[in-house]
Design a protein. Structure first.
Length: 363
């Protein structure tokens, strides 16, 4: 007998809602450890993942068969919840709707193998173009070559969104991450800080490399020594922010540029546990302008990426490739980020750049 969601929840000692999210591959904040615990419990009870996957793919294919094949654009993006990627998706969907295209979006675990599997699937159902948000491990080992081969052999137009991948040559849409890194670091410098650290994820990731380049360039321009020991590498998780701030605090570094807002949340957690005040004892700038940053105490100064505009541009670019309207060489499009000034940085002087508030702050 097929196990129920309740059976699996009891076996894994988690909520029914958590089991439902995992089994249906829905975006959530469920930890990887809990996800694996649920999957193992489901397998032990005889849950057939392969049958579910087949049924899902048949369902998608049946939907696609009701469309004109020429009107479908495939989108592949990581499964984890991300407001920025959701904004990109919104831009893609809205632009497609205006110009008579439909989207089939496949979410994947943050691994190359699942991305390659979805490229094959979308190619098999004959979508006309592909927009791919690469997984975080694409530039590790030979994963980039695998991706490049799969996309090239798909025989259809494709582009990369957000993350570039080494040795994959195609149209590319992203924010100017180097400029964003520079902007965040310079804001801390103009606030009177000269001992500035950075907390990041894996250095192989394109956006990570570019934000580090911006951080270093700002320090160099203002004649501040670049110290590699002030850069803490970890994962793209809140725990990295916590551990990174603990490490930097031991070095006497109290001004920090966090790779993204999720990592910044870990810095807030560390400060709270240590009885330190953000904006006084610790100054921090994040990246992405997630909604939660507006309700933190104090609200987080951060860098905003125009996700919706990037999604629309990605859709416009791929449609122009599909229709043959654009036959020019590869295009790299960079969108300007914006500094959103709030209250997470201690200001020692008044030499600050003027910054406009984000739309959500303007109300």
């Amino acid at each position: 007998m097929k196990p129920t969601v309740r059976n699996i929840a009891e076996r894994a000692n988690v909520s029914i809602a958590s089991v439902s999210l995992v089994l249906n591959n829905k975006p959530s904040r469920i930890t990887e450890a809990t996800r694996q615990k649920i999957i193992e419990a489901a397998k032990e009870l005889g849950y057939n993942f392969e049958e579910k996957k087949k049924n899902e793919e048949l369902s998608i294919e049946n939907v696609c068969n009701n469309f004109e094949k020429k009107s479908i654009i495939g989108v592949i993006r990581p499964r984890y919840y991300n407001e920025f990627l959701d904004a990109c998706q919104k831009g893609i969907d809205e632009y497609c709707q205006i110009y008579g295209y439909r989207t089939v979006t496949c979410t994947v675990n943050d691994t190359t193998e699942q991305t390659l599997d979805r490229i094959r699937f979308l190619t098999d159902i004959k979508v006309s173009g592909l927009i791919v948000v690469p997984s975080m491990d694409m530039n590790i080992e030979d994963n980039n070559e695998k991706l490049g081969w799969a996309l090239k052999n798909s025989g259809i137009p494709f582009l990369l969104l957000d993350q570039a991948v080494d040795r994959v040559y195609c149209d590319f849409i992203t924010a100017d991450n180097k400029s964003g890194g520079y902007m965040a670091t310079e804001y801390l410098i103009h606030s009177g800080h000269d001992k500035i650290g950075m907390i990041v994820g894996a250095r192989e990731v394109y956006t990570c490399r570019k934000r580090i380049e911006g951080y270093k360039e700002a320090l160099a321009f203002h004649n501040i020594s670049i110290k590699e020991e002030y850069i803490f590498y970890g994962q793209y998780k809140r725990q990295t922010g916590y551990e990174g701030m603990k490490y930097l605090n031991s070095l006497g570094v109290h001004a920090v540029f966090a790779y993204d807002d999720e990592i910044a949340l870990g810095v807030y957690q560390y400060a709270q546990e240590q009885g330190l005040t953000i904006g006084e004892d610790i100054s921090i700038v994040g990246f992405n302008d997630l909604y939660v940053t507006t309700v933190l105490s104090p609200p987080l100064t951060t860098i905003e990426q125009p996700g919706e505009l990037m999604g629309k541009k990605a859709c416009e670019t791929i449609i122009n490739r599909i229709t043959g309207k654009d036959k020019n060489p590869i295009r790299n499009t960079y969108f300007a980020p914006a500094l959103i000034e709030r209250k997470s940085v201690k200001i020692y002087n008044n030499c600050l750049l003027y910054t406009s508030p984000s739309p959500r702050d303007r109300g």
